[in-house]
Structures are given as structure tokens and as C-alpha cells.
Design a protein around this ligand. Structure first.
Ligand code: AMP
Length: 400
């Protein structure tokens, strides 16, 4: 891959693709960035380029405007927050490409910053349209991709532009993500413990299978959240009205078989916090052996499961955690997820956490600083760990 440090950026127009797909709150002119983690994550790259006298043109998508202008998805609030964090003005043209944008970009001087409008206002972005990629490429002399979280999509700003701009490189965040996640693909330090949770087995089956194939005796896969329900059902447990995916029972059994063939433990909850619905105020603790009764729902792991999971995590040399252990948005069912945040943070081994919900739980428990790498890309990190090619990364690595 070309080196970021060696890219000639001095007084040149540098287009930086970032992932500023941040949550917003409020409406109209009162809209503001609700969580600026992704903006902060790109600052080292942006500051390094400004220090090297680049003329900075930053671009990102925001939400799903589906190829049309949508006022509530304008980059306005993002430009405001970026200007505060960079402590310098950020100019925002009123479109993504066009004569006005070209003039603004060409008038931009070293150390100045332009943020393009939401890339997905243009249908050519998601279609990876060559004309749109050309229009973006014409705005710059060099290109940097720091949008790890968007690099699993073959979109124009991620794939098309580096094919057209000879001087390109990954940004600092992109390199840090690839290096950290690479530790889960090759040269894993064992014992390795993968902690997965969240709503659906179907979303994470690929990663579970890929990881199981990389694990060896003494490693463990710890499963919580609604995902665990389907695995428990596959073991013949009663789950009452809990969220389960009956069509995936066979897939769960194959994960058990693959794991046992490699002497890898699959660790499931031994008790559950149950409630009458997603917004129940109180949790009842049920032992998995007793089964979840009637239409009660398993909504979090129980205290004995927390202790069992934490015990396994404590012995690991490498830990990967993705996905909440329960309906953590509801404080009555947040305990299991917060307990995992603490357990992973306490682990002396190499720790990597990905996925918005797990990262939110880390932030809520104040433990993000105790994690070796917090990934900014949920879907992209899962695809990378699965061993799938990320189109944005491949496009950067391709020589001209
Ligand atoms: P994911 O996006 O797959 O990581 O799933 C996150 C979502 O899973 C969160 O919104 C949780 O509320 C939900 N979730 C986790 N555990 C459960 C559960 N036991 N029952 C229902 N939903 C759950």
C-alpha cells in the first residue's frame, strides 16, 4: 500500500474521504452532531495534512438520502463541529460537485478546508458511476481514504476515485484499523476469546464461522444477546417468547460441531434476565436449565453468566468483542453489556472492540480508554475479520 507520509501534499488539493456518517439530533437549523466520535477519529489525518500545507477537501456520506438532496441530511452540522475541532473555518458548498464547487476548491489555499456536501446526494456515489468519480477526481491532485467504515462498499468516492488519481494513500485511521483488525486474521495470539452479541445470528454467522476456523484448542467463542437464544434453542432449551431465528438452528449446530472438532469452547449464558417486553421495567433472573416460561422474553444475560463470561475473558491473550449482551438501551437490561465492557477493559491481553452498541456501552461505562483498539467501522470490521476483501482497501493497494 502507498505510504501516507510519502504522499506529496504540499500546496496541493488533497481529497480526503472520511466517514462522518454521525448521528444527528434536532431539526432544521437546530440540528447538531449527537456523537462526534467519527469526526474526532479522522482528526489525526486531517491535522497531519494541514501541517504539511495541504489544501484540504474533505468528503463523506451522511445517512441515506438515496441520490437526492435532503435538507435534513446536509453536512451543515458536521461542518460546524469539524470547524470547532480543527479550530479553523470549514467552507461548505451547497452541492457535491459542479462549477461552484470547482471554483471554491481551486481558490482554496494551503491550510484551508472545504467539506463537500453529502456524497449520497449524488446517485453516482452508490452506483460507483465513472462520470461522478471523474468529477470528484478533477477536484484534487492527491487522494486519501480514511473512511475505513465505508470501505466495504464499492462506491465512487471509495473505489472509483483512487483508480483515477495516481497519488493516493490510506489515512492514519485507515492504517490503524487495518493493522489492529489484521491481528485477528493472521498471527492471532492465543488464547483468543471472541465475544459476540446483538440481535441476529444471521448478521454474524459469517464472522462466527470464519473465526471458528481460525481458533484452536483453548480458545473460546462467548455468545450473548438475542443471538444466544437461538444457540440455546439449538441445545434444546426453552426460550418462551424470546427473539429466536428458527431457520438458523442448523447453522448453530454446525458452529457447535466445527468448534468441538477444534477443541474450541462455545460459551453460552447459564442464566438470563427476562421481562414481559422490550420496555419492561423489571428483570426476573431465570436459570437456563429451568427454561424461560410462557411468553416471557430473555432480554439480557444473568449475573452468573456475567461472571462466567468475565472469567473466560480474563484469561485471554486476544479479545474481540462485537454486539450487546441484551437490550442495553433499556437500563433494566443493560447490566450484562456493561459487565462485558468492564471485563474486556480489565483483560491484560490485546483487546479490540467494534460495533456501535458495544462502543456506546464502553463509553457509558467510561472504559473506552482501557481498550487497545476501538474500531470505528461496524460492518466493515466484521467483513474484514471474515476474510472478505474490502473494495476500498483493494482499490488503494492497486498500482497505477
Ligand atoms: P446488532 O445490531 O446485531 O449488534 O444488535 C443490536 C440490538 O440487539 C440492540 O438494539 C439490542 O437491543 C438488541 N438485542 C440484544 N439482545 C437482545 C435480546 N435478548 N432480545 C431482543 N433484542 C436484543
Amino acid at each position: 500500500m502507498p505510504a501516507f507520509d510519502q504522499l506529496d501534499v504540499d500546496n496541493r488539493r488533497v481529497l480526503v474521504r472520511v466517514d462522518f456518517n454521525v448521528p444527528l439530533r434536532g431539526h432544521g437549523d437546530a440540528r447538531e452532531v449527537a456523537d462526534d466520535t467519527r469526526i474526532r477519529a479522522a482528526l489525526p489525518t486531517l491535522r497531519a495534512l494541514l501541517d504539511r500545507d495541504a489544501r484540504l477537501i474533505v468528503c463523506s456520506h451522511l445517512g441515506r438520502p438515496k441520490g437526492r438532496y435532503a435538507e435534513d441530511l446536509s453536512m451543515g452540522p458536521v461542518a460546524g463541529r469539524l470547524a470547532e475541532l480543527l479550530e479553523r473555518p470549514v467552507r461548505l458548498p451547497d452541492e457535491v460537485v459542479g462549477d461552484g464547487v470547482t471554483k471554491l476548491v481551486n481558490d482554496t489555499r494551503a491550510g484551508e478546508v472545504v467539506l463537500l456536501e453529502n456524497l449520497r446526494f449524488e446517485p453516482g456515489e452508490e452506483a460507483n458511476d465513472l462520470d461522478f468519480a471523474r468529477a470528484l477526481a478533477k477536484l484534487c491532485d492527491a487522494y486519501v481514504n480514511d473512511a475505513f467504515g465505508a470501505s466495504h462498499r464499492a462506491h465512487a468516492s471509495v473505489v472509483g476515485v483512487p483508480q483515477l488519481v495516481r497519488d493516493h494513500a490510506p489515512g492514519l485511521l485507515m492504517s490503524a484499523e487495518l493493522q489492529a483488525l489484521g491481528r485477528l486474521v493472521e498471527g492471532i495470539e492465543h488464547p483468543f476469546v471472541a465475544v459476540v452479541g446483538g440481535a441476529k445470528v444471521s448478521d454474524k454467522l459469517g464472522v462466527l464461522v470464519a473465526l471458528t476456523e481460525r481458533l484452536s484448542a483453548g480458545d473460546a467463542i462467548v455468545i450473548g444477546g438475542a443471538m444466544a437464544n437461538t444457540f440455546l434453542l439449538a441445545r434444546g432449551r426453552e426460550l418462551g417468547g424470546s427473539l429466536v431465528e428458527r431457520d438458523l438452528l442448523g447453522a448453530c449446530k454446525r458452529v457447535f460441531d466445527k468448534a468441538s472438532a477444534r477443541d474450541v469452547r462455545v460459551i453460552l449464558p447459564v442464566d438470563l434476565r427476562c421481562g414481559s417486553g422490550l420496555d419492561a421495567r423489571e428483570a426476573t433472573i431465570v436459570a437456563v436449565g429451568d427454561g424461560v416460561a410462557g411468553d416471557s422474553l430473555a432480554l439480557d444475560i444473568g449475573p452468573r453468566s456475567e461472571a462466567s463470561f468475565a472469567g473466560v475473558i480474563a484469561t485471554a491473550k486476544t479479545v474481540f468483542w462485537n454486539g450487546p449482551m441484551g437490550v442495553f438501551e433499556n437500563p433494566a437490561f443493560a447490566q450484562g453489556t456493561l459487565a462485558m465492557a468492564n471485563a474486556v477493559a480489565e483483560c491484560p491481553g490485546y483487546t479490540l472492540v467494534g460495533g456501535g452498541d458495544s462502543v456506546a456501552a464502553l463509553n457509558a461505562s467510561g472504559r473506552a480508554g482501557d481498550i487497545d483498539h476501538v474500531s470505528t467501522g461496524g460492518g466493515a470490521s466484521l467483513e474484514f475479520i471474515e476474510g472478505r476483501e474490502l473494495p476500498g482497501v483493494t482499490a488503494l493497494a492497486a498500482a497505477h
